[in-house]
Design a protein around this ligand. Sequence first.
Ligand code: ZN
Length: 174
Amino acid sequence: MTVDCNSCGAPLEVGAKTRFVTCRYCSKRLAIQHSESSVYTEVLDDIKESTDKISQDMEVIKLQNRLEQLDREWLLQRESFMVTSKDGGKQLPTTGGYIIGGVFIAGIFIAVFGFIWTGFTLSMGAPAIFPLFGVAFIIFSVVGTATSLGKVKGYQNAQMRYQTHRCQLQHRLL
Ligand SMILES: [Zn+2]
């Protein structure tokens, strides 16, 4: 049977089951496509180019989706690091505002109170439960402050991981 070259239009003789042919006139490599009503040719380079373009577009969409997902996940994760600020709202545990603003000073106050209370009750000869109560306050303030510092560190690490990952994705998009 005869098909036309899709590049130069020359008629080409091909077998009924032939799938690829090289044009005798313009030397283009052609794929022979069989549709229901007709048989036509496509230049192979064109097919490859459009396939490459599609897979490139797919890659970009995939990367963009991953960026959006990463941002969403980070917003959720960030939420879990939020602490209650002085005015009762939510804020991120940044080293300056958070520690100096409240927890550290509160921790010192509680510890000082614990020491004074323990000393006072001991000097009064109060039953053991009273000085122990003061010791509990000191332990509470130390553990509380350490936990807060851990939270700040945890937040900073998580933020670093997020930013690094985001940078890598964005770099691949360029
Ligand atoms: Zn041709």
